[in-house]
Design a protein. Structure first.
Length: 397
């Protein structure tokens, strides 16, 4: 592999052994390019000499970019020089253009620049087309040229194409690797965010239960003691104390409900089925939507992380029912068979309207999709306008 084609990390690792080689290569390219240009100008050589000299100087620029770590620019410079100079040499030798017709060179440069602005596949296709056309012209003119002349031109096209395509392939491979690495980083970040969210929810639930709920209970006890000291004939004071007592009871219930939503302790103590029924019961009281819960198969031994995932997905799906379905009933079905858990949350509401197709989904569905992916599950939405919506999640368990 040419030294200038090495990635920066590999080139840096080879500094002790290739430093002098790179220096000699740098001087050689500079000398070759300068010599070709000067000799072509002094001795009135053909346009091909100018082309070869310019190509060598372009390789210098590519080498400089690569050593600075700018591999994208290095690849572009090399592909540009190889494509443009290959087009020109093909025209000069293959079709037999006269030297004064070398004015086509700017047009070829524009063609190369346009190809380089597109994606790697378009560049590859452009290079193949140019090579095939050039080879065809050379073979067509081979009868009027010497065999050596024809072979030299074919080798030139072959080398030009191989170098440029090789660089494009390397550049494309680097982009694919970078894209995969970015995807892995995003997946890891998403997992950390969800884990941090659950930890923070657990902490807040504990604070609500151990601190705020206990303070409310103490206030309620103190108010009960105070109420017993109020004379029976003071009906207004006793009525006010009872009203405050009821407000404290409602506040305590709200704190308990919020704490339960943040971290379902019943999930740890009573299991997944009981936790789902408990949540759906509270959900029905708050929203007025009656939710039936059906479970099939044994849910014993479901890993805690999977159980929490199913619970959170059910929460998100039912919240979407309350926001968008406009119905009074919903169904939650959880089935375990064949080493898999299958959750279906369905309603017979409005469904997803065609006008909303293709629009960004809400955070609830994004959360469901991400939680499912983190446990290697599958997520699907089935919906038709006026026929309701079904959220299907399948998870190995």
């Amino acid at each position: 592999m040419p030294v200038w084609a090495l990635p920066p990390s590999l080139a840096d690792a080879e500094k002790t052994r290739t430093g002098r080689t790179l220096y000699v290569l740098l001087l050689s390219l500079m000398a070759m390019g300068t010599f070709s240009l000067v000799q072509a100008w002094v001795h009135h050589w053909t346009g091909a000499a100018y082309t070869l000299g310019a190509e060598n100087l372009c390789l210098l620029a590519a080498l400089w970019f690569n050593r600075r770590g700018e591999t994208e620019w290095a690849t572009k410079v090399i592909c540009f020089s190889e494509l443009a100079c290959g087009l020109l040499l093909t025209s000069l030798f293959g079709i037999g253009l006269r030297d004064e017709e070398v004015l086509l060179f700017p047009l070829m440069l524009v063609t190369a620049a346009v190809l380089l602005r597109w994606g790697s596949y378009v560049r590859f296709a452009g290079l193949v087309v140019v090579s095939v056309i050039g080879a065809g012209f050379i073979l067509q003119e081979s009868g009027t040229r010497t065999r050596l002349h024809t072979v030299v031109n074919m080798v030139n096209i072959l080398l030009t194409t191989v170098v440029a395509v090789g660089l494009l392939a390397r550049n494309l491979k680097e982009r694919v690797l970078q894209s995969r690495e970015a995807e892995r980083e995003l997946e890891a970040l998403s997992a950390r965010l969800i884990h941090a969210q659950e930890e923070e929810r657990t902490r807040l639930a504990r604070e609500l239960h151990d601190d705020l709920a206990q303070q409310i209970a103490a206030l309620s006890i103190g108010l009960s003691n105070l109420k017993r000291k109020i004379p029976q004939q003071d009906a207004e004071a006793r009525g006010q104390s009872e009203l405050i007592q009821q407000k404290l009871v409602d506040l305590s219930e709200s704190v308990r409900r919020i704490s339960h939503e943040l971290h379902p302790a019943v999930l740890e103590h009573a299991g997944l089925a009981a936790a789902l029924r408990d949540y759906c019961s509270e959900y029905g009281q708050l929203t007025g939507i009656r939710v039936s819960v059906q479970t099939h198969g044994s849910l014993d031994g479901v890993p805690p992380s999977i159980a929490l995932c199913i619970y959170r997905i059910t929460q998100e799906a039912l919240q979407n029912v309350a926001k968008h379905a406009h119905v009074g009933e919903a169904e939650v079905e959880l089935r375990r068979s064949g080493g898999r858990l299958r959750l279906a949350v369905s309603d017979r509401g409005a469904g997803i309207q065609p006008s909303r197709a293709g629009k960004p989904v809400g955070l609830g569905l994004v959360s469901i999709k991400e939680r499912t992916r983190l446990v290697n599950g599958a997520f699907e939405i089935q919906s038709k306008p006026g026929q309701g919506t079904v959220v299907l999640v399948t998870i190995p368990a």
